[in-house]
Design a protein around this ligand. Structure first.
Ligand code: FE2
Ligand code: FE2
Length: 397
């Protein structure tokens, strides 16, 4: 036991309880403190303090100091168990509420409605680093895109840009809403995952702003939003859990989106479209890495989850096939497909259209190849990776 705490002549109303409580917070449960006091009612007041706070009052030691054994109903002060700060817990207790990871949590709190409370599925090892990158590199739609360099385009190109921007914006809206639906259910002790999801939502907000603004910035308009696209995006909201949602959205959808954005950047008819596709792709690369990290972590701990994730993707493919008039290009947004061909052909000149169409075919091949690579990187076997990628919606996301 450490040397006695000198409480002087303090009584319960002028600082004795504050002093005792602070001393108790610094102790581990089961350890003892001795208190030197010259207050006239010290014995009664210290005994009362112990009853209320759940400590054992052990009377006086041979030196006349009061001895208290710390109970375990109270929190341990921050820093007393530094390992709790270091890593996301294997399991998190919903009764710790919004207490930040590492804080001392008083027992007896009511449970919060967090149901993502286990590390496999609620944690991604890369989340801390990706969150750091996300916040270090925030760009601005107003400041960082060359709006002043926009000049009127030929009408077919401007229409194609407006159509592609419409499609990008609706995809971005789904990429904002899907994590939003999961975030509030993730236990706050998976802190960096929660922060990353918040940053991702902020990225998607910026993308929505950029794409919708570009659609009208050079005198054009937004284009068509098809029922097939909406069905495809709505089905991203079906998985009930973060891992399932992240698998469909980030690994499969945003992964595929990376190739689309690269294609748009390469074939952009103006500097703003090129710049915003390039900026968005940098952000999406983080979202995809997050998804890969989360799903890879889950499958390492629970390999059997690969089957469940495969079933989620298969259920989505079936639903879209039955609702959207079959697979292949029939299920795709043909206005987007055509607009990509126009951008790749540099317009509607008949001599150049075949080349544009061939380039979009090349894009779809690259999307499939890269999806397979990402699925393998998550831990799926080659057969599943191939069949999951082949069944992916022709609506890209
Ligand atoms: Fe985005
Ligand atoms: Fe994204």
């Amino acid at each position: 036991m450490a040397s006695p705490v000198d409480a002087g002549e303090l009584g319960s109303t002028d600082g004795l309880y504050l002093l005792l409580e602070q001393e108790m917070l610094a102790l581990e449960p089961g350890t003892r403190a001795s208190i030197a006091s010259r207050a006239p009612r010290a014995a009664e007041e210290i005994a009362s303090f112990c009853r209320v706070q759940g400590h054992r009052f052990l009377g006086r030691d041979p030196d006349g100091n009061f001895v208290i054994e710390r109970g375990d109903g109270l929190p341990v002060a921050g820093g007393a168990r530094p390992e709790r700060l270091a890593a996301a817990p294997l399991r998190a207790d919903p009764r710790s509420g919004f207490a930040p990871r590492g804080a001392a949590v008083e027992a007896g709190g009511e449970p919060f409605p967090f149901d993502e409370c286990e590390r496999p599925g609620a944690w991604a090892d890369e989340a801390p680093e990706l969150y750091r990158q996300a916040t270090a590199g925030v760009w601005s739609v107003e400041r960082d895109l060359p709006w002043g360099e926009l000049r009127p385009l030929a009408p077919p190109l401007e229409r194609a840009v407006g159509q592609v921007m419409t499609f990008l914006a609706e995809n971005e809206l789904s990429a904002l809403y899907v994590p939003a639906g999961h975030l509030a259910r993730v236990h706050p002790h998976y802190t960096e995952v929660v922060l990353f999801l918040a940053a991702q939502m902020s990225d998607e907000a910026r993308h929505i702003q950029a794409f919708t603004r570009r659609a009208e910035a050079a005198g054009g308009t937004l284009g068509y939003s098809t029922a097939a696209s909406q069905s495809s995006l709505k089905s991203l909201m079906d998985p009930p859990d973060l891992a399932g949602g992240t698998f469909l959205l980030s690994v499969l959808g945003e992964g595929t989106f990376l190739d689309l954005l690269k294609f748009i950047e390469e074939h952009a008819p103006d500097p703003v479209t090129a710049a915003l596709a390039q900026r968005a792709r940098q952000d999406e690369t983080r979202h995809v890495r997050f998804g890969l990290s989360l799903v890879r972590g889950l499958l390492q701990e629970r390999p059997e989850e690969a089957q469940r994730l495969s079933r989620l993707a298969a259920a989505r493919a079936e639903k879209l096939a039955s609702a959207g008039g079959g697979g292949g290009i029939a299920g795709a947004n043909r206005y987007v497909y055509q607009s990509l061909c126009v951008l790749a052909a540099g317009g509607l000149e008949p001599a150049r259209l075949p080349q544009g169409i061939a380039k979009v075919q090349g894009l779809q091949d690259a999307m499939h190849r890269h999806r397979v690579q990402r699925l393998l990187a998550c831990g799926f076997d080659a057969h599943d990776a191939e069949s999951l990628s082949s069944g992916h919606t022709p609506n890209f996301m």
